[in-house]
Design a protein around this ligand. Structure first.
Ligand SMILES: Cc1cc2nc3c(=O)[nH]c(=O)nc-3n(C[C@H](O)[C@H](O)[C@H](O)COP(=O)(O)OP(=O)(O)OC[C@H]3O[C@@H](n4cnc5c(N)ncnc54)[C@H](O)[C@@H]3O)c2cc1C
Length: 425
């Protein structure tokens, strides 16, 4: 039997993030939208202790696992693998709650973020200690993931940034340009953070040559070149980063440096798996914006004496009621797909299909819902006095980053129809 009842702990965390959204996030939402490069410092400092605790817990678990492995405790390791948790479910609900407040401010959250996730997924214990310990102490710090380049976003296999090994100094030398790096300013320049950079060690090897490297803030040769002015999520910083003869230690490569030409895509697929975990969380953020919008529209309609009727035959509904019901139905469909992808992660089940499915659906749905809200509310929806127009601008990013809607639908189609990426482009 499928139970849709949430564990008590998840409900409590969701309620907590909703309170934070109402009291710390929503009140500064418009101000940070109007002043793009300001930071929500009160929110950042409030949430930082919880992030530190979470990162410290993860590091401690990695230490424990490594110690057990060294002691040859294989059965315990196997048992742990099977164990399910509600960790991602809790995270998804917290993200949904914070994004109800403001999705751009939620993205300012300190911690390792996507860059940190890559280190946790494929890094050695030494790398986890060296790069992740900073997120357990001191002032807030950020991590970022730099994949996209001027020449390629969706087509990540075409990455041009190079990493060349200097045999004499045993250092990698990075050269290239990365664009649209979320939290790149905070990670590379304004805190003692880290940037995980995708670069090729051998262009002729295609995907097999692409590896990820950790570059610490302040490393000579890494420079923030441009801070973007954006349509939405304006509280979140998005930057271009240039690498010019940027030297990093040999041990900053994540995973094996070996280029396995025969087994061309295994390493690359491993790197792409980070997205299976992060796409449902992007979908959860979309759902926060969608819920905020639907609640607001219904509130405004109620203030004007319009109450949406449920259980009434379709032909007896007004056009407005049909619109609101359509918004709610689409919202619920996207949220259920998201919860399925999240639940599979917690059960350690492969979820590449479900992850892309929920991300594609949620991005489309939140775009539809916010545009519909502007349409229904008319001048009120278009006015900067209210947040609806802002939600419409914020919503669109969910259909762009972490794989555009088209790319995620392509992945879904390939997986359902059983085509390879060469057979269905
Ligand atoms: C605010 C913001 C934050 C971002 N944060 C990050 C970040 O932190 N790190 C990072 O590395 N990147 C980040 N990105 C980049 C983002 O992931 C890319 O913009 C995205 O992957 C699309 O790549 P592109 O811009 O090169 O577009 P393209 O790949 O050129 O795509 C252009 C259009 O063509 C469509 N398209 C492309 N290929 C196909 C195909 N095969 N079939 C059908 N349609 C196709 C796309 O869906 C899209 O509509 C961010 C972008 C933004 C706007």
């Amino acid at each position: 039997m499928i139970s849709f009842e949430l564990p008590e702990q998840v409900k409590q965390q969701h309620a907590m993030s909703q309170t934070m959204a109402e009291n710390l996030i929503r009140p500064v939402s418009r101000q940070l939208d109007e002043n793009e490069h300001q930071k929500p410092w009160i929110f950042i400092h409030t949430i930082w202790p919880a992030i530190q605790e979470m990162e410290a817990g993860e590091l401690a678990r990695a230490e424990k696992k490594a110690a057990a492995q060294q002691a040859g405790e294989r059965p315990a390791e196997k048992k742990e693998k099977k164990k399910t948790s509600a960790g991602t479910m809790m995270l998804a609900h917290m993200i949904e709650g914070m994004s109800w407040g403001d999705a751009g401010i939620y993205l300012c959250i300190p911690g390792g973020q996507l860059g940190g996730e890559a280190i946790k997924a494929v890094g050695t214990l030494e790398q986890k200690r060296r790069f992740m310990e900073r997120f357990t102490k001191g002032d807030p710090k950020w991590g970022a993931m730099a994949i996209t380049e001027p020449c390629c976003g969706s087509d990540t296999a075409n990455i041009q940034t190079t990493a060349v090994l200097d045999q004499e100094t045993n250092e990698w030398i990075l050269n290239g340009e990365k664009i649209y790096v979320t939290s790149g300013l905070m990670a590379a320049q304004e805190s003692d953070g880290i940037v995980v950079v995708w670069a090729t060690v051998d262009k002729s090897a295609g995907r097999a040559g692409i590896k990820s490297f950790v570059v610490e803030a302040g490393t000579p040769g890494m420079k923030v070149a441009k801070i973007e002015d954006k349509l939405g999520i304006r509280a979140s910083d998005t930057v271009s980063i240039v690498f010019e003869d940027c030297r990093i230690p040999y041990d900053n490569i994540l995973g094996s440096p070996e280029v396995k030409r025969k087994d061309t895509t295994k390493g690359f697929k491993g790197a792409m798996q980070t997205f299976d975990a992060s796409r449902p969380l992007v979908a959860a953020s979309s759902m926060g914006i969608a819920r905020a919008t639907i609640e607001f529209v219904k509130e405004k309609l109620a203030e004007n004496g319009i109450k949406v009727r449920y259980g009434v035959p379709r032909h007896k509904l007004t056009a407005l009621e049909r619109d609101v019901l359509e918004m709610e139905a689409q919202y619920k469909a996207a949220w259920l797909l998201t919860l399925r992808a999240v639940a599979m992660l917690d059960q350690r089940l492969p979820n590449a299909l479900e992850s892309s499915m929920c991300k594609a659906k949620a991005g489309k749905v939140v775009t539809f819902i916010t545009q519909k809200a502007v349409e229904i509310l008319g001048p009120l929806g278009y006015s900067r006095d209210l947040l609806v127009e802002k939600w419409m601008r914020d919503a669109k990013i969910n259909d762009l980053f972490e794989g555009t809607g088209q790319i995620n639908m392509l992945i879904v189609a390939r997986r359902i129809l059983g085509y390879t990426r060469h057979e269905l482009k």
